[in-house]
Design a protein around this ligand. Structure first.
Ligand SMILES: O=P(O)(O)OC[C@@H](O)[C@H]1O[C@@H](OP(=O)(O)O)[C@@H](O)[C@@H](O)[C@@H]1O
Ligand SMILES: [Mg+2]
Ligand SMILES: [Zn+2]
Length: 178
């Protein structure tokens, strides 16, 4: 069966900001994250991304800018011999009642349907409580990293069974070496 790993973006792959990541220049990979994705990819993992991007609805940046961030991510991973799978984003604001904004699991379902795999047990790596709750909602494995908002999230009431790692590189090491 396909080895699928789903990642949150801001605070997991790249630095996050309370002012949102509004440009390619502000989109800065966290240490080891690009290498981690490339190593996972080269070890046979399909790495997909599910990211809330309410900054679109708020008018902070446009879809072309968002796509440029993801093109840069793909280029950096490709430079290391790996590849990034499907990137799904929620462009909506918190009050729009969409089905895709985490903690709703809509984006996880979209990714699973794309790859035709069940979501049960699939690791979803995030830094916010909403990421972990989205995973729990579809019986995926919630995985918290301490980067981005992760340390603050760790102090909250986490879904039962949440796994905790320092960063994406540690998650990759666990998956590749076990
Ligand atoms: O972590 P992912 O899902 O990749 O993306 C999170 C971002 O969309 C932004 O989400 C916002 O939350 P609100 O959307 O304003 O509630 C804030 O937390 C920002 O700091 C953050 O950059
Ligand atoms: Mg995040
Ligand atoms: Zn949405």
């Amino acid at each position: 069966m396909l080895k699928l790993l789903i990642l949150d973006r801001d605070g997991v792959i790249n630095y996050d900001s309370d002012a949102y990541i509004k440009s390619v220049a502000e989109w800065i990979p966290l240490p080891g994250s690009i290498e981690a994705i490339a190593q996972l990819s080269k070890a046979g993992w399909t790495v997909a991304i599910a990211t809330n991007q309410s900054g679109i609805a708020r008018g902070y940046y446009d879809l072309a800018t968002l796509d440029a961030m993801h093109a840069r991510l793909r280029m950096l991973v490709a430079e290391q011999g790996g590849e990034v799978g499907l990137v799904v984003y929620c462009p909506h604001g918190p009050d729009e009642g969409c089905a895709c904004r985490k903690p709703k699991p809509g984006m996880l379902k979209t990714i699973a349907e794309h790859y035709k795999v069940p979501l049960a047990g699939i690791w979803f790596v995030g830094d916010s409580l909403g990421d972990l709750e989205a995973a729990k909602a579809v019986d995926s494995q919630p995985v918290l990293v301490k980067t981005g908002k992760g340390e603050k999230t760790q102090a909250k009431n986490l879904p039962v069974g949440t796994l905790i790692f320092d960063d994406l590189a540690a998650v990759a090491a666990e998956l590749i070496n076990n």
